[in-house]
Design a binder for this molecule. Structure first.
Ligand code: GLN
Length: 236
């Protein structure tokens, strides 16, 4: 006799870039981090099965826009420009754009980077807010665009700093901490370059899923789950 097929949970595919600790990274073959755990909690609440696609950060928005993935979650900052391509959930965390320099650098603050008469070489991760911010500010300050080098990953930007190819890296503060901890002779400046909100992105026509995720997120924020997950990875 034919066996009754068991109802299978619908899949929730999340596009991310697992090189961004403590939000998403790999421990062996396993995806871990704040975003991964929050996404799992959301999927559980919705009775869905989370599936993670680890792709270039630069490809997440297009992948979500075209419906290849249900959502993008990657320590992604909400910006007006991105809002023209995707919709965002409510914000679940805040981020800071930080400046990393070599120990003993002349660059003592974020403002020093933009000071008149200077021409510091800056490394960024391609298509991140660090990339956009320094690009705009360098343009405003009349500095050469060629002073900015765009790397595919934050780690590559930090390696370039360690080997003296760039003078500073503008990047999200939490991954900056892991990169700096793993490399000798680097430090994060106390002055912040910018403060930002992280959220999950969806295709513009997918308000049904966005609303469901926002509903789950609201509950997970209200009952302390989101805070517990963040506190587990970020020690005050
Ligand atoms: N928060 C930054 C951005 O959204 C960087 C995110 C990332 O590299 N994963 O652009």
């Amino acid at each position: 006799a034919a066996k009754a097929t068991e109802a299978k949970a619908a899949k929730l595919t999340m596009a991310t870039n697992a090189t961004f600790p403590p939000y998403e990274y790999k421990e062996g073959e396993e995806f871990v981090g704040i975003d991964v755990e929050i996404a799992k909690a959301i999927a559980d609440k919705l009775g869905m099965e989370l599936e993670i696609a680890d792709i270039e950060f630069d490809s997440i928005i297009t992948g979500v826009q075209t419906g290849k993935y249900d959502m993008g979650m990657a320590g992604m900052t909400v910006t007006d420009e991105r809002k023209q391509s995707v919709d965002f959930s409510d914000s679940y965390a805040t981020g800071i754009q930080a400046v990393i320099v070599k120990d003993g650098s002349d660059i003592k603050s974020a403002d020093d980077l933009l000071a008149e008469g200077t021409s510091y070489k800056v490394g960024v991760q391609l298509s991140t807010t660090g990339d956009f911010l320094i690009g705009e500010d360098y343009a405003k300050a009349g500095k050469e665009e060629s002073l900015i080098t765009k790397f595919q990953s934050g780690n590559d930007a930090v390696s370039a700093l360690a080997s003296g190819k760039v003078d500073a890296v503008v990047i999200d503060n939490e991954p900056a901490k892991s990169y700096v901890a793993a490399t000798q002779g680097l430090q994060i400046l106390d002055s912040k370059y910018a403060e930002e909100d992280y959220a999950i992105c969806f295709a513009k026509n997918n308000t049904e899923l966005k609303d469901k995720v926002n509903g789950a997120l609201k509950e997970l924020i209200a009952d302390g789950t989101v805070k517990n997950i963040i506190d587990k990875y970020i020690k005050a």
